[in-house]
Design a protein around this ligand. Sequence first.
Ligand SMILES: *Cc1c(COP(=O)(O)O)cnc(C)c1O
Length: 806
Amino acid sequence: MHNYDPASFHTAIEGKLKRKHRTTLEEATDKEIYYSIASIIQDLVMPKWFETNQEIQQNKSKQVYYISMEFLIGRLIESNLQNCGLLDICNQTLLDLGRRPERIYEQEHDAALGNGGLGRLAACFLDSIASLGYAGHGSGIRYRYGLFEQRIIHGNQVELPDYWLKEEYPWETRKPDEAVEIRFGGTVHEHKRRDGSLEISYENTDSVMAVPYDVPVLGYHNEVVNTLRLWSAELSPAENKGLSASDQQYYHHLDHIHSIEQISGFLYPDDSTFEGKELRLKQQYFLVSATIKNIIANFRRNHDLPLSMMPEYTVIQINDTHPSLAVPELMRILMDEEGYGWEKAWQITTNLLAYTNHTTLSEALEKWPVSMIQNLLPRLYMIIHEINERFCEQIYTTHPELRDKIHELAIISYEQIHMAHLAIVGSFSVNGVAKIHTEILKNKEMKNFYTLYPKKFNNKTNGITHRRWLQQVNPCLASKITDVIGPRWVHEPHKLMNLLRYTNDAPFLETMKDCKQHSKHLLAKYVYEQQGVKLNTDSIFDVQIKRLHEYKRQLMNVFHIIYLYNELKDNPNMDITPRTFIFAAKAAPSYHLAKEVIKLIHHVASVVNNDPDIKDKLKVVFLENYNVSLAEKIIPAAEVSEQISTASKEASGTGNMKMMMNGAITCGTLDGANIEIRDFVGDDNIFIFGLTAEQVLDYYAHGGYDAKSIYHADVRVKRVLDQLNGGVFGSQEIEFKDLFYNIMYHNDPFFVLKDFGPYVETHEMIDRAYRDQNHWQRMAATNIAHSGKFSSDRTIMEYVSDIWKL
Ligand SMILES: *Cc1c(COP(=O)(O)O)cnc(C)c1O
């Protein structure tokens, strides 16, 4: 893609600094150098971007559109440099200039247009689609404020707005000519034509312009540049009235502009929960309507064919139910604007859409009040109503055995619209994101839908891009791997399996350990700079980084730390392998119990880290503002990967895959993709404990669990809980009463006490296993070898062959 060498790259930066910033290499700030490098990349990318689009048009190849309310892309500078083959040259040039590359790269604001795993998955998928050379585009919202920035003040989470567009974002290109109009509200009129068909018109709608901003998505060393199109809400020019400041209306008009711009104003910070806020519904319709109009326009530009042919050339994947208004919106456009009848429109719609389910947590399932959709989207409501009528009628006639289940299957029931039901009925494919998750969908959560549509259901176990999560974040390890098995694994990640030949190779295991130590030192340095805590780099780095959620059970991890602390206080000479517990997690701002856990981690850290009896044996650190860039710092240094969700709750997890790929050993429950990790690496290379999904679901269905009896029977548990309740951690006795009450009086809904004993024993095994470093490194190498199967390249190839048929 380029023909730079360090000398010409140096000259190029110099030229950019001069022309764009009126400065020199010596005088330039890190930020100016960052912008210069980004601009050099954009110059290389633009023609390739154009050519990729030309090629798609000429080949008329089938395209996939991935619609997602979230794209957690993080920084792009390094991955863009890497994908166009410039990373080494750029690093060398910067070092020659006496600049630290990481200082330059961190000038880019981490783009956090997502909450967690779901949004990061979308970002990894775009990387894999482009790197495998497929024509696939992301479509999302250009939120002016991304996920909040987390600060910790006296142990409490405080949220600050993330105004990531404060400075120019060098990767985006505004495309005003491709803006589309989105209409909300109003009234619907039906006129019967002479032939009996209906003509639909709308009156008094509110118009909003959706203006696209395109971000290039570079394939790895293949000259492919796909597009992530992010939509921004603006005032429709037709509505911009010429009013003077003295006019009463003027202030109303400003309010109106503000309310329109709010549609792409901010990302809702809830992960795995549903909040029925009207603005969120507006965002969803805004994204869906803009994307579909864009897809139809692209189809018309590329083909001289009727829209009924679209499914041959286009497929739309919706990431969770958030974009499931795509079902009625497609129907609306096909019928009201394109003149298709219901049957034909339905056939086109259901052949275009494919739906990915991400959760079975009931609190996350989207259900919008009928009245809200009626008010905001009256025509869509009519269509959803009709879809529901026809669907229920179809069950009644074709599946008499399900007649008494119709109210459970219905799209509209009890004045609510069930978006998952709408998505299943309206698409040709429904996939879960890990084997166990898909099985739970088929046999429990969506059992009746599975009876109706057995062929729609399929599994696509999630993945992560190994280019970012190994090659880029851990260059030391990546180069040692290449030294022994060659570079092919970067293109074909399953080739990492060749590492199995080196699991008994002492020199290789030694170099792996050196890399791990190097990463631990870098992380320790960061922690010291951030919070003045000195980490013992000979201790086990035990890592739990993910959104803070009760089901992910950070609380169980904390209870284990308190237990170890108690043991060491009772017996200061106890023989334990030193441990550093590392946490990072954001809690949804309204999630009280999650915020309490963050506070507890800080209180426990302050007790443990400042107790002279503990010496260097235990350390607890919480790193603030977990995001992609922080994950990139922590993951290479992880040795134990905590994946301890209540079985059946974590659909897949991807943090587990990232850490495995960097040689961490998983300590986990039989949940999500942990199960497939175990199946690949074998029981000897993973630490599995706790209730199975079946047992958990059985307890939920039939009862029989009593948290208090464990409290009374297990002295370790009793002691920890009494300390929690008695003010040992915290400034007053009532400090953590809500956490205590939730376990004791709400019967420990996530089985923390039930799994506590097995968790402690598993950690004792980890403690012993780590003492045999040769054995430990062998386990690490085995994990890395098998991690190729969790590359998102594999996931995308499965989507392509089973769903998208590109
Ligand atoms: C990978 C990733 C996640 C998902 O982590 P899980 O452990 O699978 O929940 C969340 N946030 C960020 C920033 C990530 O990189």
